[in-house]
Design a protein around this ligand. Structure first.
Ligand code: PLP
Length: 383
């Protein structure tokens, strides 16, 4: 079910853009970024959005969100310094990596980033030493094996550890402000968020009783985008989340950290067939973009991308699609149904903005796909 509108260009635009700018090409809609941000803001009006820039740090996305008033979730010194160089104040950032590097903490000092998460005693000591008095949120573990990417295998304190760690942080002179959780990426029901909020509400109560009033709840990211064969209703999810926030956290400040939802539907990839062969009785198509490029999301994000060919006819074949490098790992899709293709044909990959170009490499000397920014009233592109 399409619950969120996606940006998708048509055949004519694909041809024109490829002719003008070459292939592979990433087409970014800043208007879709604005629409996604506005929808979250509409359904969760009291929640402060912190865009998780790891999902796609393209400067036009960051600038659009800066102008929209967004805050940002960062995970490294590089991300902190990128935003600082754009004039984004440190108070709009949360350093939401529970295990911080020395360089990351130094960047916090240089760029006035005072908000961060932690999930261990060792992190409290590190923060105390470099950023004394910092405002901290305890990252809580949420069990949600149904998420597309389960982030709780790596981070998060258990409920049993939580109060002790929060008291330790207070003891260390930190501003122990609240609780953060992440239900896992591409979560398609409200249930894990509601479970997280149940747990957080209990901890808010326990902390209050222990003389440690909390004031911030961070419900993380995880909001979904359209996915092949997956049904969900984002607006209904957000309504349920909002109702629970109003019920249990009306006096708290609430933050969220969406990555995929903000940028996933805002980018289209145009790529081309550069070779074909028949192997093992199946057609193989070699593309000018592969696992080491934008399709890195197949590996790192286990994402199943749509491939649109604009070819007419009902005669469809099961084909293998591989990237341009000499590595035999560089195969993206096997047995994918497609119209028969020829060298030079263009393919369009919609919903290609999250965890794609961000993890692309230049392995084997292939350049990363170039970006063009699509603005709906963009006479310059002649579209
Ligand atoms: C701490 C944190 N916040 C936010 C995000 C963004 O998650 P998503 O893209 O699922 O919204 C991530 C993703 O890894 C994360 O680790």
């Amino acid at each position: 079910m399409r619950t969120a509108e996606s940006f998708q260009i048509g055949r004519e635009a694909v041809e024109k853009l490829a002719a003008a700018y070459g292939s592979p090409l990433l087409v970014l809609s800043v208007d879709q970024i604005k629409r996604n941000y506005a929808l979250l803001h509409k359904y969760l009006p009291k929640v402060k959005v912190h865009y998780a820039i790891k999902a796609n740090p393209h400067p036009a996305i960051l600038q659009t969100l800066k102008e929209a008033g967004s805050c940002f979730d960062v995970a490294s010194d590089g991300e902190i310094r990128t935003l600082a160089a754009m004039g984004i104040e440190g108070e709009r950032l949360i350093y939401a990596n529970p295990v911080k590097t020395e360089a990351g903490l130094a960047a916090c000092c240089d760029c006035s980033v005072r908000k961060m998460t932690f999930d261990s005693a060792s992190e409290i000591a590190k923060i105390k030493k470099v950023c004394p008095g910092a405002t901290v949120l305890l990252r809580l573990r949420i069990d949600n094996s149904s998420a597309h990417v389960d982030l709780n295998k790596k981070f998060g304190a258990s409920k049993e550890q939580a109060l002790g760690l929060m008291l330790q942080a207070k003891e260390a002179g930190l501003d122990m402000a609240g609780i953060a959780f992440h239900v896992g990426s591409q979560t398609i029901t409200a249930d894990p968020y509601l479970q997280g909020m149940d747990l957080a509400a209990q901890l808010f109560e326990e902390a209050e009783e222990a003389g440690l009033p909390l004031r911030v709840l961070d419900i993380g990211g995880g909001f979904p985008i359209p996915e092949h064969k997956v049904r969900f209703n984002l607006r209904e999810m957000l309504r349920q989340i909002r109702a629970r926030l109003d019920e249990d956290f009306s006096r708290a400040e609430v933050w969220c950290e969406p990555g995929r939802y903000i940028c996933g539907t805002a980018v289209n990839l145009i790529c081309s067939v550069i070779g074909s062969n028949e192997r093992g009785g199946q057609p193989w198509y070699f593309l000018d973009e592969g696992l080491y490029g934008t399709f890195s999301g197949v590996l790192f994000d286990q994402w199943d991308f749509k491939l649109l060919s604009f070819k007419e006819g009902r005669n469809r074949v099961a084909a293998t699609f591989a990237g341009p490098s000499c590595d035999s790992l560089d195969i993206m899709f096997r047995g994918r149904m497609t119209a028969p293709l020829e060298v030079g044909d263009k393919l369009l990959v919609p919903e290609c903005g999250a965890y794609t170009s961000a993890s692309a490499t230049t392995f084997n000397g292939f350049s990363k796909a170039r970006f063009v920014v699509w603005e709906e009233a963009a006479p310059g592109l002649g579209l």
